[in-house]
Ligand binder design. Structure first.
Ligand code: 9YT
Length: 130
């Protein structure tokens, strides 16, 4: 069994800062679960353009308010506590944070834990199998 706390992730290499977000990678590839689990905060007033070409992601909002735009069809969705979205079709999207947004994010394949967004707003494919 793995038991871990957010406190022990803070100020380590598992706390990764992007331009508009900070992602605390609680469970990562080397935990060998088949997914990674992150506690992510998107900063108020920012917009984050994303496209995960090599991963699926589920995002569950637990704090804050924002808007999610599907770049391929123009559909827009309110993001607030209790809302989950799942990127099951390599969906290109933009997340607008009206307030700080606190999101629980699950990635498959798992991230190693130190990844930063590339210029498309995604992550490179995993180098080795899990
Ligand atoms: C919602 C989203 O994808 N934000 C970017 C950071 C990512 N969730 C991560 O690495 O935790």
């Amino acid at each position: 069994m793995i038991v871990r706390t957010l406190k022990e992730i803070l100020n380590t290499e598992r706390e990764v800062k992007g331009k508009t977000w900070v992602s605390r990678r609680l469970l990562v590839k080397k935990d060998q679960l088949g997914f990674s689990l992150h506690d992510t905060v998107i900063r108020a007033g920012t917009e984050t353009v994303m496209w995960y070409q090599h991963h699926v992601e589920a995002v569950y909002c637990i704090e804050g308010r924002g808007r999610l735009l599907e770049r391929d069809n123009g559909q827009s969705h309110v993001i607030e506590p209790g809302t989950v979205y799942a990127l099951n079709q390599r969906d290109r999207h933009v997340l607008y944070a009206e307030t700080d947004l606190r999101l629980v994010c699950v990635f498959n394949p798992a991230l190693s834990g130190d990844e930063q967004h590339d210029d498309q707003g995604g992550y490179a494919p995993s180098a080795d199998p899990e």
